[in-house]
Design a protein around this ligand. Sequence first.
Ligand code: NAD
Length: 430
Amino acid sequence: MNILVIGAGYVGTTTGLVFAELGHKVTGLDIDSRKIDSLNKGELYFYEPGLEDLLINHLEKRNITFSTNVEKGIHENDVIFICVGTPSNEDGSANLSYIEQVARDIGHYMNGYKVIVDKSTVPIGTSEKVAQWIIKNRLENHPFDVVSNPEFLREGNALHDALYPDRVVIGSSSERATSILKELYKSMTCPVIVITPRSAEMIKYAANSFLAMKISFINELARLCDKLNINIQNISHGIGLDKRIGPNFLQAGVGYGGSCFPKDVDALLDTGFKYDTNLSILEKVVKVNKTQYLYFLERARQTLGSLKQKRIALFGLSFKPQTDDLRESPALYIINELLAENAVIKVHDPIAKLPLDIQMQGVVQYTSPEETAKQVDAILIGTDWPQYKELDWKEIKTNMRTPYVFDGRNMLDANKLKEFGLIYQGIGYK
Ligand code: NAD
């Protein structure tokens, strides 16, 4: 099939490449010509393991091309995936202006039957809005269907997740559109569920909110474990073995971040508010998350005293490992808090780059963790990049001013570090 993917970001680029891999002809469309130029050159402008090789391969085979030409893209493709951003508005609701613009473009340029597939994460009822926006801007009376097909990929694992999803959710009320979507996903071996568009939209928000809830649950419990001198890692392990609970998303740390969980939980809370239903559990989930990095810093303060003029090395900037995505990264919140306290900050990340506005405030990024840790009073772990486990911690300690390690991700081997004379403190974990 000929597929147009609108929005060549993390999700759109991955989606386009996966459909190219499954044998379709794909056009990736974006309003940002720099992204399009880079992708057409075979250069992935963001970090995602394995994706650039696939990009080069399918560009060479001419299975995928990238463009800014909206009219041509819509004319030449009958299946159109919407993968544009849906960031938060100030009040927590989802900003649908990018989706609306795409719907208008589709209405304006459509030249025959189109299936419009929404992969962006959107509030319940958006499929109906998309249909209305298309109708309002349609110049000729061409038929179309709008389908909700939420995406569940994780950055850092995007390719694997998109090729081998746990499930495919098709929210459709049209048999014609459903059969096209089923054909597109026919090689997937996972369950494919067909439900109403509203249910599909709700599944995506419910999934992310549930995962965020698991994280806030374990983080809050870790605070109690600190008081009781219980190791939260053992608790996570012990409850995670229960098949009803499962082991994932039970790692205590500085809280969740990224471009999805914070905004999606906020958007579901906003939906609850609009429909007069108080989602009180989710309110607490947000509250715990917003204070978790502060709790982490408070624990460091209890050991180090005031952080003013303390030399701090922060390992990890991205919101999680294997990505350069800094959106809502707890590490950036930590930096801002340290800056407010006049700490001297050195940072390291294997991939992510320190934003310019933070560099301007005197924070320096180093290329090696060893260099970052030289002459510091403490190391803070902001992201659990696996390479931090493999460092020569004995050597690192010899170059530190004082040997404190505050592990905001509970990722290091506490016993090993202690053997080397480091003073280790995790979250609910010593
Ligand atoms: P992104 O910001 O990386 O990409 C969005 C792209 O859309 C940008 O390149 C932007 O230039 C482009 N765009 C905006 N308006 C456009 C228009 N009118 N025409 C063409 N292109 C336009 O966002 P993302 O991380 O890929 O997320 C996209 C959606 O998928 C969001 O709703 C997000 O919640 C959801 N999602 C994201 C992830 C993830 O891990 N990033 C996972 C699942 C779902």
